[in-house]
Design a protein around this ligand. Structure first.
Ligand code: PBG
Length: 296
């Protein structure tokens, strides 16, 4: 019997996500045996510094890439938002899942119903910090790292007034009841790819057993959002954000561009055909970049 090994990070969320893909393969291929191989990535080991200080998104994928290259695994399951904009040519992204809720949310400590303004909100990404300032101008932010469970523990222990997290992760972990407030993509543009799972494979493998897994609208959204960020070279510390709404072959793309030299940022929106998803991403990126130059 053919055996497929899926590579996954060790966190509960990563494993739950890999199990979703494992179950899909099992349910659609009675003749394939599927297993999950978990591993700790550098990004999971270093928890005392923010990501931009230690090297960014790539830190969550290096070990998984190595296992793929060495044929210890046949595919890796990732949260698309953790994937670098450039992936190695030999290890292409072969499918994007249907999108889970792409929104960011506020979580309060257990038993608390109102934000305690004397404590900071736990949130480490500059993308969330910048946009939160517009919504709650008086709240302070303080860095918080670690997997979702670790962050929730720190919140419930009283270190923070609240946490900003992705709805997708909480929902997949069965923790939806912890969500106190949703931020619509219009008020807080999510990270590119938020809520979408990416399956990464090797160039030489036949993945026909994944037929039907990929979602067309999520794929268009992924292409548009990632083209936007890639064009702006959303380096690891840059708070570039992008969110595409795809409906009836049309995309509404929202983006946030941050100018590292001035600290100013621009938000904008552009509509176009889903077929030209990447062109739309690039065109919105250029527009926001031009607009920000005009103000200098
Ligand atoms: N940065 C960690 C990470 N990577 C993916 C998710 C959530 C799931 C997703 O976006 O698909 C999270 C947690 C969070 O930001 O709250």
């Amino acid at each position: 019997m053919r055996k497929v090994v899926i590579g996954s990070r060790e966190s509960k969320l990563a494993v739950v996500q890999s199990e979703m893909v494992r179950d899909y393969i099992r349910e659609n291929n009675a003749d394939i045996q599927v297993e999950i191989l978990t591993m700790k990535t550098t990004g999971d080991k270093i928890l005392d510094r923010t990501l931009d200080k230690i090297g960014g998104k790539g830190l969550f994928v290096k070990e998984l890439d190595k296992a793929l290259m060495e044929r210890k695994t046949e595919l890796s399951v990732h949260s698309l938002k953790d994937m670098p904009m450039e992936v190695p040519e030999e290890l292409p992204l072969i499918a994007f899942s249907k999108r889970e809720d792409p929104r960011d949310v506020l979580v309060l400590p257990k038993g608390v119903t109102q934000l305690d303004t004397s404590k900071p909100i736990g949130c480490s990404s500059l993308r969330r910090i910048l946009q939160l300032k517009e919504i709650f101008p008086d709240m302070e932010c303080k860095s918080v790292r670690g997997n979702v469970q670790t962050r929730l523990k720190k919140l419930d222990d009283g270190e923070y007034s609240g946490l900003l997290l992705a709805a997708a992760g909480l929902k997949r972990l069965g923790l939806e009841d912890r969500i106190a407030r949703y931020f619509e993509p219009e008020e807080m543009i999510p990270a590119a790819g938020q809520g979408i799972l990416a399956i990464q494979g090797r160039k030489d493998v036949d993945y026909s057993y994944l037929k039907g897994y990929g979602d067309e609208n999520a794929t268009y959204a992924a292409l548009a959002e990632r083209a936007f960020v890639r064009y702006l070279n959303g380096g690891c510390s840059s708070p570039v954000a992008a969110h595409a709404r795809v409906e009836d072959g049309q995309i509404i793309l929202r983006g946030l561009y941050y100018d590292e030299n001035t600290g100013n940022y621009e938000k904008g929106l552009k509509k176009g055909s889903a077929e030209a998803a990447e062109e739309l991403g690039i065109s919105l990126a250029k527009e926001l970049q031009e607009r920000s130059k005009a103000y200098v």
